[in-house]
Design a protein around this ligand. Structure first.
Ligand SMILES: C[S@@+](CC[C@H](N)C(=O)[O-])C[C@H]1O[C@@H](n2cnc3c(N)ncnc32)[C@H](O)[C@@H]1O
Length: 239
C-alpha cells in the first residue's frame, strides 16, 4: 500500500512530535487545557481519539472518566501513547479507515488532526459511522486565521497582517523552535466554510463552538492570542 502524504509526514516527524508534546508546559496545549476540560464537561462513556499522537488528550479524557481508545495512523505515536498508559485500548488506524463497528462511541475526539488529513470528508464520515446516534464529535482546529495571517512583530499589540486570501485550500509548512526543541508542521489550511460543507455533506451539524483564549498563567507569553483566536473548538452532532 502507498502511504498517504499526511501519514508520511507524521511518520518522519514522530520523534520530534513526541519530544515536543511530552515536554511539560512546552507548547500551547497546556495553556488551553483547563478551558478544554471545562468545555468538554463532565460527561463520560466510551471515547475514541483519532490522531492521538503521544497520547496527552487521551490521558485528559481518561482523567475525566472516559474509557478511551487511542488511535493514530503512525505506529510510533501509538507506541508512545501506550508507553505512557494513555488509554484503555490502542490501534494503529487512519482517520478514514477505522477498525471499529458502527455506533460504538459516545465521544469521538479529533484534536488538531483534521488539518493534517488529506481527506477531511472521509475522516468525518468514519467519525459519524462509529459514533452512537446521540454521540458527540469534538473537533479542535488551529484557527484558519492563524494559518493565513501573521503578527507584524512580537509586541502584544502588533498588527495582525493578512497577505493573500483567507479563501481556498492550501498546504502549510512551518518550523517552530524553542527551548532546544524543533517541530516541523505540515498540513492543510482551509476556510471554516470548507469544514462546514464537509460536515453538511456527512449529516453532521455544529451544536456548539468556542474560540478559546489562553489561561491566565500563560497570558503574558501568549498575549497576542488573547486578541485573535489560535484554536477553534466544535461540538458536532449527528443530524
Ligand atoms: C498535531 S498532532 C496532534 C496529536 C494529539 N491529538 C495532540 O493534540 O497532542 C496530529 C496527529 O495526527 C496524526 N495523523 C495525521 N494524519 C492522520 C490520519 N490520516 N489519520 C490518523 N491520524 C493522523 C499524526 O500522526 C499526529 O499524531
Amino acid at each position: 500500500m502507498v502511504a498517504k502524504a499526511d501519514e508520511t509526514h507524521w511518520t518522519q516527524v514522530a520523534p520530534q512530535w513526541i519530544a515536543w508534546a511530552r515536554s511539560p508546559q512546552h507548547d500551547v496545549f497546556w495553556a488551553y487545557r483547563d478551558a478544554l476540560v471545562e468545555f468538554l464537561g463532565p460527561n463520560a462513556g466510551d471515547a475514541l481519539e483519532i490522531g492521538c499522537g503521544e497520547g496527552r488528550v487521551s490521558r485528559e479524557l481518561r482523567k475525566l472518566g472516559y474509557r478511551v481508545t487511542a488511535t493514530d495512523a503512525v505506529a510510533a505515536m501509538v507506541d508512545a501513547a501506550r508507553q505512557s498508559d494513555s488509554a484503555d485500548q490502542y490501534a494503529v488506524a487512519g482517520a478514514s479507515d477505522l477498525p471499529f463497528d458502527d455506533k460504538q462511541f459516545d465521544l469521538v475526539m479529533a484534536y488538531n488532526v483534521l488539518m493534517d488529513v488529506d481527506d477531511v470528508s472521509a475522516a468525518l464520515q468514519e467519525a459519524r459511522r462509529v459514533m452512537k446516534p446521540k454521540g458527540l464529535l469534538f473537533i479542535s482546529l488551529v484557527h484558519p486565521f492563524r494559518d493565513r495571517g501573521r503578527f507584524a512583530g512580537p509586541e502584544p499589540d502588533a498588527a495582525f497582517i493578512l497577505e493573500g486570501t483567507y479563501y481556498g485550500r492550501e498546504r502549510f509548512e512551518g518550523e517552530e523552535e524553542h527551548s532546544g526543541l524543533r517541530m516541523h508542521f505540515s498540513g492543510w489550511s482551509q476556510p471554516l466554510q470548507d469544514y462546514m460543507a464537509a460536515m453538511e455533506k456527512t449529516g453532521l451539524a455544529i451544536a456548539s463552538l468556542r474560540e478559546p483564549v489562553p489561561d491566565k498563567a500563560a497570558e503574558n507569553r501568549l498575549r497576542q492570542w488573547t486578541r485573535i483566536p489560535l484554536f477553534i473548538w466544535l461540538k458536532v452532532r449527528i443530524l
